[in-house]
Each structure stands twice: as C-alpha cells, then as structure tokens.
Design a protein around this ligand. Structure first.
Ligand SMILES: *Cc1c(COP(=O)(O)O)cnc(C)c1O
Length: 234
C-alpha cells in the first residue's frame, strides 16, 4: 500500500496540536522534523510540496547523497543519527542542524571543517536518557564540560539537547515520560549559560510512538519518521 504522505503529515500535525492543547502550549513552538531515512528522495519531494521544510536523516552517507541530489534550497537538513568523526566532512557544507553531539571531539571536527567554509552549524547535545548504550548520547554529568568546551568555538552554536527514549509500543508512551522529564530538567538547569553561542532553547525528543508525551514534557522538535513515510523495510 502506498502512503499518502500529505495526509499523514496532516494527521501528525493534528497529533501535535492535540498534545499542545493538553499541555497549554502554542503549536508554533513545536517543530516537526520529518525523518526520511531509508526512504527515496521522491518521498522527500512529496512532503516538501505539501509544505514540510525540515528533514532528518540518521546516516552520514545517505544524508550527503540526499542533500546533493535535492535542489530545494528552503529545506533544512537535520542529522539525527550517531556520528563518527571521519563522516562529519560529508555533511558540513550543507547540513543545518546536528542533533547527535555526544563528544567534544565531534564539536572540534565540526569547528575545523565549518571554519574552512565559513559556515555556522547549529547543534544539540545528545543525552543518553534511556540508559541503552546503542542509543548513544553522553551522560547528564558530562554536559557541563561539553558546554564549557563549546563556548570557545566560533562556527558551532549549541541550541539545546536531544534524547531518544526507550522504544515503546504505541499506547505505552507513558512509560517513558520520566526520561523526557529528566531531559527537560537538565536543559532548564543549564539554560542560562553565559555565552553567545550557547543557548539551550531546544529539546529534540519524541518520535512516532511517543511524540505526544514528549510534547507534554516540553519538546520543541519532534523527529517523526514512520507516521509520515510509513514503515521502513530493513
Ligand atoms: C528513525 C529515527 C527517528 C524516527 O523514528 P520513527 O519511529 O520512525 O518516528 C527519530 N529519531 C532518530 C534518531 C531516528 O533514528
């Protein structure tokens, strides 16, 4: 069955709006990142034609290929997957946001590459909120030292925190509410950081199965794949 991507986008926006109503929030505060990993460029173009501007990918090569093949300049590209130092060079010339900073060395590499082409990259520090090693992210206790390192950089902005909760089936999202709460508390604790390039406004949390709970807990970016593009075939 082929997906009706425009209809799916409308449904996801309704879900976001519903969660905002329950939380007393303005839906304008919640940005939808359409996670298009493993989906063809045509699906991205379809979503773009329906008004979607933010797209996320989780692999450096796939992100690079799609950014190069897609000539829509209004699109904002988000890297949301685990990084490797030697892959950062494939994204710096086009990517707008990198959500998955878990080590100072990634910041150092982004600074080095972005300074050569005089770009500034917006980043989020990924925190391991689930306790699962394969999900990546640094420990909450490491955040202060990562921010201290970042404040000396000139081509990197730190705009918030990102977290990936434990996978839950749809309908069980309540179980991960405490993980989102902890991320928000951590963000609030470091929010008034006295540096021009560090402003922890954003909370990137919530996916297809748990976006409502994430929004109730303060998400400003939700990263949604399957609810927009359909199931992925591995
Ligand atoms: C795949 C992915 C998503 C989207 O997950 P869905 O369940 O398809 O909504 C969000 N964030 C990251 C980091 C991902 O890898």
């Amino acid at each position: 069955m082929s997906e009706d991507i425009c209809q799916n986008l409308a449904t996801v926006k309704d879900r976001i709006a519903g969660a905002c109503v329950r939380a007393g929030r303005d839906p304008e505060e919640v940005r939808l990142i359409a996670v298009s990993k493993m989906k063809p460029l045509d699906d991205i173009k379809t979503a773009f034609d329906c008004g979607q501007l933010h797209f996320g990918e989780n692999r450096a090569r796939e992100l690079q290929e799609k950014m190069e093949a897609c000539d829509e300049e209004q699109i904002q590209w988000h890297m949301v997957g685990n990084l490797q130092t030697n892959k950062i060079k494939y994204m710096v010339d086009r990517v707008n946001w990198i959500h998955s900073i878990e080590k100072k060395k990634y910041l150092r590499e982004i600074e080095k590459r972005a300074s050569r082409i005089n770009r500034t990259i917006k980043t989020l520090i990924q925190i391991n909120i689930s306790g699962e090693e394969q999900k990546g992210g640094c420990e909450a206790g490491d955040l202060a030292s990562v921010l201290e390192y970042a404040q000396a950089l000139e081509h990197v902005e730190v705009c918030g925190l990102m977290g990936m909760a434990t996978f839950v089936e749809k309908g069980n999202a309540e179980a991960v509410r405490p993980q989102f709460q902890r991320l928000r508390q951590l963000r609030d604790k470091h929010r008034s950081y006295d540096s021009d390039n560090i402003r922890l406004e954003h909370l990137s949390m919530g996916m297809t199965n748990d976006m409502e709970v994430a929004i109730e807990e303060g998400a400003t970016m939700v990263r949604v794949g399957r609810a927009i593009f359909g199931e992925r075939n591995y």
